[in-house]
Write a protein that binds this ligand. Structure first.
Ligand SMILES: NC(=O)c1ccc[n+]([C@@H]2O[C@H](COP(=O)([O-])OP(=O)(O)OC[C@H]3O[C@@H](n4cnc5c(N)ncnc54)[C@H](O)[C@@H]3O)[C@@H](O)[C@H]2O)c1
Length: 254
């Protein structure tokens, strides 16, 4: 029996990186996947690849997670194509860096709007459908940037802190409806859109600070998210799960 058989999962930001790895793994494990992204061409390409291997298991949808109307459309499409919604992976985010003194109100708003409001409104929209389905699992993707110092990340860090707090409040409020809500907090994970470290020297310094001595792969995070989406984690809710190769517990003194 595949680990997500019978599940219907909405995964945001599924056109790249971790979201794409999750969409692939979820389909492999038997889920029906609604793969969404603001970059439609990427998610369309991803879904084509998934459906070649696992026929009729995924659909691509264009989606701006900061738009409440967009969320409603995603929910209606998911139900019309696959009958119900039981899993939500709130993965999409924007990531930019600026020194504290250069952050403008608009810049702050963009990070909070996409990263934090985008997850909140996703939960708000999907919960009635999950209740109808008899329960569900929500995974919010945060970051260890909300736990450890990351200079130049201020609005991103604030948005990821909001996600942790939101995870606790949602888990508490939605538990009686058999809806679990957990967060994953990745450390440095390979991404196409932004380089983890701009030079070979800074990349090596980053690797040296990670006890596991490598930058994470999107698939590392996808396996954790798969576990949290599946019934194997049925007694886990309101948990923040760090996945960083040990980076956040390491004090790498020279
Ligand atoms: N890569 C890392 O080092 C790292 C570390 C910690 C946390 N994270 C978190 O993991 C998640 C995935 O990161 P990734 O590295 O795969 O990122 P990524 O940049 O490769 O992918 C993010 C996806 O989100 C999409 N997106 C951006 N704005 C959107 C919007 N308004 N609506 C819908 N989609 C939108 C992008 O088009 C992109 O496909 C994010 O929440 C990120 O903050 C990543």
């Amino acid at each position: 029996m595949r680990r997500l058989a019978g599940k219907v999962a909405v995964i945001t930001g599924a056109g790249n990186g971790q979201g794409a790895a999750e969409a692939y793994l979820f389909a492999k494990e038997g889920a029906k996947v609604i793969a969404t992204d603001i970059q439609y061409e990427n998610v369309e390409r991803m879904v084509e690849k998934i459906n070649q291997e696992f026929p009729e298991s995924a659909i691509p949808l264009k989606h701006d997670v900061s738009s409440e109307e967009n969320w409603q459309h995603i929910a209606e499409e998911a139900v019309s194509q696959f009958g119900q919604i039981t899993v939500l992976i709130n993965n999409a985010a924007v990531f930019h860096t600026k020194p504290y003194t250069e952050v403008t109100f608009d810049y702050w708003n963009k990070a909070l709007n996409v990263n934090a409001w985008g997850q909140f409104v996703g939960i708000k929209t999907m919960v009635p459908y999950m209740k109808k389905a008899g329960g569900g699992s929500i995974v919010n993707v945060g970051s260890i940037a909300s736990r450890i110092n990351a200079s130049g990340f201020s609005p991103y860090t604030a948005s990821k802190g909001a996600i942790e707090a939101l995870t606790y409040s949602a888990a508490s409020e939605l538990g009686p409806d058999r809806i679990r809500v957990n967060a994953v907090l990745p450390g440095s994970t390979i991404r196409k859109t932004v380089k983890n470290a701009p030079t070979e020297e800074s990349r090596q310094a980053l690797i040296n600070a990670i006890p596991a001595r490598r930058i994470g792969l999107p698939e590392d995070v996808a396996h954790l998210v798969l576990f949290l989406a599946s019934d194997e984690s049925s007694y886990i809710t309101g948990a923040t799960n760090i996945i960083d190769g040990g980076l956040s517990v390491n004090i790498n003194l020279p």
